[in-house]
Design a protein around this ligand. Structure first.
Ligand code: NAP
Length: 245
């Protein structure tokens, strides 16, 4: 009973624990982007596979019986790789992605299709912008010389940043009180986030609603689907699904 979990998320770590409890041989795979990642139990490998073909060879070599794509919903390329490699090898694929957030009453969300669109909207309409988007796509905002960007991420960004910015290094989770404090202290008039979903990081949305601050919400990319891929939303559902493939 050998499983590969494509990870980098809390759900992936929870699933590694659940499958290990069931005596599966679990390997979790991380991309290697974060300097000190939170590690799951069991075996961990770090770094890319070399596209779908590289992943397919790895799966065959390691005699993997099921793949669980538990990556972040915005990690599009590895999800495509998982779909292609499992189709080529005939190994079952379970896609574990937490549900997207949906707006509540009094939320003021501005949905956008890309980070480039988010950057255009905020540069035009806002002044003190809270970027909580990780660090890889910060360069989209770097051409705006006028407005102030408060950037929160885990590790130091290695891309161009907007001229006027303040960095906050923190991993979370964050409380509603902390998020409101941060937004008030920095006179935030707009929050930018990806629609990652998940309870542990949603306090920023509650804080924005309570303070009447608009949220520019980057919509999720279209991930591979279809009847061959079993789609689940929680680690427990993924754990149950591995016995049905
Ligand atoms: P991505 O654009 O889909 O992947 C780019 C390349 O990185 C992939 O083609 C693959 O290289 C490698 N890769 C990605 N995830 C991997 C994994 N779990 N194990 C081994 N190789 C992996 O991914 P990304 O958006 O850069 O995200 C990278 C990782 O960070 C993912 O594991 C994801 O779960 C986590 N993460 C991402 C976000 C986000 O907002 N994107 C947020 C939180 C956590 P090869 O083609 O060489 O195999």
């Amino acid at each position: 009973m050998r499983a590969l979990i494509l990870g980098g998320t809390r759900e992936a770590r929870e699933l590694a624990q659940l499958l290990q409890n069931d005596n599966w041989h679990v390997t979790s795979s991380l991309a290697g982007r974060v300097k000190e990642p939170a590690l799951p139990v069991g075996e961990v490998r770090i770094g890319g596979f070399g596209g779908p073909a590289g992943l397919a060879s790895w799966l065959l070599q390691e005699k993997v019986e099921v793949v669980i794509d538990a990556t972040h919903p915005f990690a599009e390329r590895i999800s495509v790789s998982a779909a292609e490699a499992t189709r080529a090898t005939g190994i079952p694929l379970i896609a574990l992605h937490r549900p997207a957030w949906v707006p509540q009453e009094r939320d003021h969300w501005i949905p956008v299709a890309s980070m480039a669109e988010a950057a255009r909207v905020v540069a035009r309409d806002y002044h003190h912008i809270f970027l909580t988007i990780g660090r890889q796509q910060l360069a989209a905002f770097s051409k705006d010389p006028h407005n102030l960007y408060v950037i929160r991420c885990v590790d130091t960004p290695e891309v161009d940043l907007p001229k006027r910015h303040r960095m906050i290094f923190s991993r979370g989770p964050f409380t509603l009180a902390d998020e409101k404090q941060l937004m008030r202290d920095n006179q935030i008039d707009c929050v930018v986030t990806k629609n990652s979903g998940g309870e542990l990081i949603r306090a920023k949305l509650d804080a924005a609603r309570e303070l009447g601050i608009p949220v520019v919400m980057v919509q999720r990319p279209e991930l591979p689907g279809g009847p061959r891929i079993i789609e689940v939303h929680t680690a427990q559902e993924a754990r149950d699904a591995v016995y049905k493939v």
